[in-house]
Design a protein. Structure first.
Length: 341
């Protein structure tokens, strides 16, 4: 997908996970990947919308690395730190830190990532709107040239369209940024990818800190699938880091319980006190079965909607239902009675 390697390699980022970790195998992420690849041959502005911690920054770097007609460095702007007419640039992305001047030279930038653009103050929104190029110069997608306009990528956890209607965000800036809007799903809606990401992070931190790479125990995997992950991938990364350092002791297991702040994933059951006491005795197969039953209940027996809520494909749901001995039916399925484990 990238253009001439001799031309653009110096501007490619090398700190990204493999593609199979970024996108996993869940339906929602594979759909996102397909949409993303359709716009890589252009430098259309892209707005990445999703909850905090879902990996929007990583996706912006993926777009930069795989855009055929983008030449120049990746520059990240922390929009939450905009002050007046000065946009502060993260030192990790600009070696000497600093700020953009009032008339930034967009021809020298490959990708401009506006991180959490919804946090801009009205004054910051005005400055950004008047600084951005009025139109994109698409050029020849196969022959990138120095001086092409930067690709603008914005990210936000806010509903900017609603904020436009409420006059909290400039309408003209919104339409300049959201030429292509891509929805980034929460981790709880892409549980098929949880272990792919967690295993990659475990291996990464084990190597980085010099600890043995210990696979996750089955009972911990069960708890990980019950947890709502309100902090998304950022929370998962912090958890795996602690697992590597502290070993799978009781402190690590206690983290994987439901608390008042955890949002259960669509299709998950919310365990009561009895289930919390027994959860470590349950197998992963039992956990999967209960999740599927509850998802079918919540969606009135609709297999397609249940699969989407669980973050898996329709075919995968069929296979898991067969393995769990569940009938393929569109009628509501009653959960099995309480059973001692």
């Amino acid at each position: 997908m990238p253009g001439d390697p001799n031309t653009v390699d110096n501007n490619r980022l090398t700190d990204l996970p493999p593609d199979y970790v970024i996108f996993g195998k869940s339906v929602l992420m594979l759909e996102l990947e397909a949409k993303m690849k359709r716009v890589l041959g252009t430098n259309l502005p892209i707005l990445l919308r999703g909850e905090s911690g879902t990996g929007k920054g990583v996706l912006s770097k993926f777009i930069h690395n795989h855009s055929a007609n983008i030449v120049g460095p990746y520059v990240r702007v922390n929009c939450a730190r905009v002050s007046g007419t000065l946009v502060e640039v993260s030192p990790e992305d600009k070696p000497n830190g600093g700020v953009f001047p009032e008339q930034p030279d967009f021809s020298s930038i490959g990708t401009l990532f506006l991180d959490e653009v919804g946090e801009l103050s009205p004054k910051g929104q005005s400055y950004l709107f008047h600084s951005l190029p009025e139109r994109q110069d698409f050029g020849d997608t196969h022959q990138p040239t120095r001086g092409a306009k930067a690709r603008i990528i914005g990210s936000t956890a806010r509903n900017l369209r609603q904020e436009v209607n409420e006059k909290k965000f400039r309408r003209d800036l919104f339409y300049r940024l959201a030429v292509v809007t891509l929805e980034v799903p929460a981790l709880r809606n892409r549980l098929d990818d949880l272990l792919i990401i967690a295993n990659y992070l475990r291996q990464h931190y084990s190597e980085r800190f010099g600890f043995p790479d210990r696979p996750f125990p089955d009972e911990l995997i069960a708890r990980m699938h019950y947890h709502g992950w309100p902090g998304n991938i950022r929370e998962l990364e912090n958890f795996v880091c602690r697992y590597v350092i502290l070993e799978p002791d009781e402190r690590v297991f206690r983290e994987m319980t439901f608390d008042g702040e955890s949002a259960a994933a669509p299709g998950m059951i919310t365990p009561g006190e009895t289930l919390l006491k027994d959860i470590t005795k349950r197998t992963l197969a039992t956990v999967e079965r209960e999740m599927i039953v509850k998802a079918l209940e919540l969606h009135n027996g609709s297999l397609k909607r249940a699969a989407r809520a669980l973050g898996i494909s329709y075919r995968t749901l069929m296979n898991k239902m067969d393995q769990a001995g569940l009938p393929r039916t569109r009628h509501p399925i009653k959960p099995p009675g309480d059973r001692k484990c």
